[in-house]
Design a protein around this ligand. Structure first.
Ligand SMILES: *Cc1c(COP(=O)(O)O)cnc(C)c1O
Length: 394
């Protein structure tokens, strides 16, 4: 058996060897500042522009619509805070969803403490945004709609094109956090009416600490980081050359991997989901079965605690994640699982397994067997389960 099985690719991914190879020269002998005129600078500038092209090509954007940042969190903050700042004379109302990543949710809540009004539109039991509620939330003072492209916990893919259409018809800017979708499923910013979009390198087998904000040419956000004239005067700071080169390489590779990879990964994911649902009683799939990221499986097991499950499977060499307490250190289960209507006790018994192109069928088989053992063991110790047995619920 392999020593470790990594099923936490929504948290971060392994750097591909080809990406490291592409980065190496820029960590060693090519150390120029891309803003410098001399040849040291020029070769680094050219490498960054090449990366920009590859990233733009992946989403049908123009090169000069890509702005490099330090990652998905910065891109989300920049998009939302700059729109809020620039449009405050028009209005102070922002619409977002109940299933956003913390980088969007906390930014909106920060603005709400500063006099903005935020509407968190609800989702159905699969995690898909309620379009009627979204339409009804729009007001004359609405300045921004920000909806996650594909959810990081349950993998649900939102109707981005339709949301973009609504926003555009009302003259409202539309931002999407596409960190989980970019490089994993096809995106077309033109066809999908996207004005602003966040992406991150380390979720697509690139290095950490680098990402981008797509900004449509007709939208010119004020900088959030002031200083030099980098990134067409919109994001100051010497470019992270090795990071950007790695991000570009990862984007290029994901374009190739996506072509053949989506079908294969979806099959593997369905195999994992189907085996678990069939072989482990009282388990349920969270999120939509079809409108789902190819690599995401999020499953709740009744009568047990997600964190205990994680620790036990970790001892068997499997790395997964839970929608339970650990991330925040609080006792509240994930806001996403609550938003799809799961009661607390079921949300607490959830685990997320996210695949990559390196995941093998053998690893999934091993994982299912490990889960069966761990779930049975935890249930045998669970007073909740004992109680359910007594009441003949199980
Ligand atoms: C990982 C993630 C982020 C944060 O990206 P970083 O590059 O780690 O800052 C934002 N949104 C979503 C949906 C993510 O999955």
């Amino acid at each position: 058996m392999p020593k470790t099985i990594y099923l936490d690719n929504a948290a971060t991914t392994k750097l591909k060897p080809e990406v490291l190879d592409a980065m190496m020269p820029y960590l060693t002998e090519r150390y120029g500042n891309p803003s410098s005129i001399h040849s040291f600078g020029a070769e680094c500038n050219a490498a960054c522009e090449d990366a920009r092209k590859k990233i733009a090509a992946l989403i049908n954007a123009k090169d000069n619509e890509i702005y490099f940042t330090s990652g998905g969190s910065e891109s989300d903050n920049w998009a939302i805070k700059s729109v809020a700042y620039m449009k405050k004379s028009k209005g102070k109302h922002i619409i977002t969803s109940a299933v956003e990543h913390h980088a969007v949710m906390e930014t909106c809540e920060f603005l709400a403490r500063d006099g903005y009004e935020v509407t968190f539109v609800g989702v159905d039991d699969k995690g898909i945004i309620k379009m009627d509620e979204l339409r009804a939330a729009i007001r004359p003072d609405t300045i921004l709609i920000s909806v996650i492209y594909a959810n990081n916990e349950i993998g649900t893919i939102q109707p981005i094109k339709e949301i973009g259409e609504i926003a555009r018809s009302k003259g409202i800017l539309f931002h999407t956090d596409a960190v989980q979708a970019f490089g994993h499923i096809p995106i077309d910013v033109e066809k999908e009416n996207i004005d602003l979009m966040s992406a991150s390198s380390h979720k697509i087998h690139g290095p950490k600490g680098v990402g981008m904000l797509y900004m449509k040419n007709t939208v010119k956000l004020t900088p959030m980081i002031h200083g030099g004239p980098h990134e067409r005067k919109r994001r100051a700071g010497t470019l992270n050359v090795p990071g950007i080169v790695g991000f570009g390489k990862a984007a290029e590779l994901s374009q190739r991997a996506m072509k053949e990879g989506i079908v294969e990964m979806t099959e593997m994911r369905n195999y994992l989901i189907d085996r678990i649902l069939k072989e482990i009683p009282h388990s349920r799939l969270n999120g939509d079965r079809e409108r789902r990221l190819p690599g995401n499986a999020n499953i709740s097991f009744r009568y047990i605690e997600g964190e205990s499950m994680l620790m036990l499977v970790d001892m068997k060499g499997i790395a997964a994640s839970t929608g339970s307490a650990c991330a925040s250190g609080s006792l509240d289960p994930s806001h996403v699982l609550l938003a799809i209507g799961l009661p607390h006790e079921i949300a607490h018994g959830s685990i997320r397994m996210t695949l990559s192109e390196f995941t093998t069928k053998e690893e999934l088989d091993y994982t299912v067997e490990a889960l069966k053992e761990v779930v049975a063991r935890l249930r045998s110790m669970s007073p909740l389960y004992e109680d359910a047995v007594k009441k003949k619920e199980v």
